[in-house]
Design a protein around this ligand. Structure first.
Ligand SMILES: [Zn+2]
Length: 163
């Protein structure tokens, strides 16, 4: 799924763990790291029901939606990083490793297949086949932005309700 979704899931996991184990302990950190890291695979496995074309689509819609999600994702990171950086980083570690590190290096060195065997996203694909094969595929459907858009609106309501 998109950056803000993973960021919000990481924040949520750290928030829940910190509420249950208020004093910072090694156990709390290990739990946050583990749950946030593995949340990425579950979230990406469900991404089937969201607008998420694997490559850039022509037209303005793809560009507007992706500009929005990256902008909003960075905004959320800036807003929460000081407190929730462990959850945020762990929830995005899979994308950081596969896309920011491996794929980015492959693109920069013009070796498109470089490092592909070290990608960890195939785990999400396996979970998708195992658990979510019955879900409809909206990866190319524009209204597929709705599940994530509703999540972001939900966060907005919660944010202003708890100010
Ligand atoms: Zn991912």
């Amino acid at each position: 799924m998109q950056l803000p979704t993973h960021v919000l899931v990481g924040i949520f996991i750290q928030y829940v763990v910190n509420s249950l184990l208020p004093t910072p302990t090694w156990l709390a950190i290990v739990l946050i790291l583990t749950f946030s890291f593995f949340s990425h695979f579950i979230v990406d496995a469900i991404a089937k029901i969201t607008y998420h074309p694997p490559t850039r689509e022509p037209g303005k819609f793809w560009l507007y939606w992706h500009s929005f999600v990256y902008g909003f994702g960075i905004f959320l990171i800036l807003l929460y990083f000081q407190i929730y950086w462990i959850g945020i980083l762990a929830a995005n570690a899979v994308d950081i490793w596969d896309w920011c590190f491996l794929r980015n290096y492959a693109t920069r060195t013009s070796r498109p297949d470089w490092g592909k065997k070290y990608y960890i996203h195939p785990i999400a694909n396996k979970i998708r086949t195992m658990l979510f094969s019955r879900l409809p595929n909206f990866n190319h459907t524009k209204s597929g932005i709705l599940p994530e858009l509703l999540l972001y609106i939900g966060w907005l309501i919660l944010y202003f309700a708890t100010l």
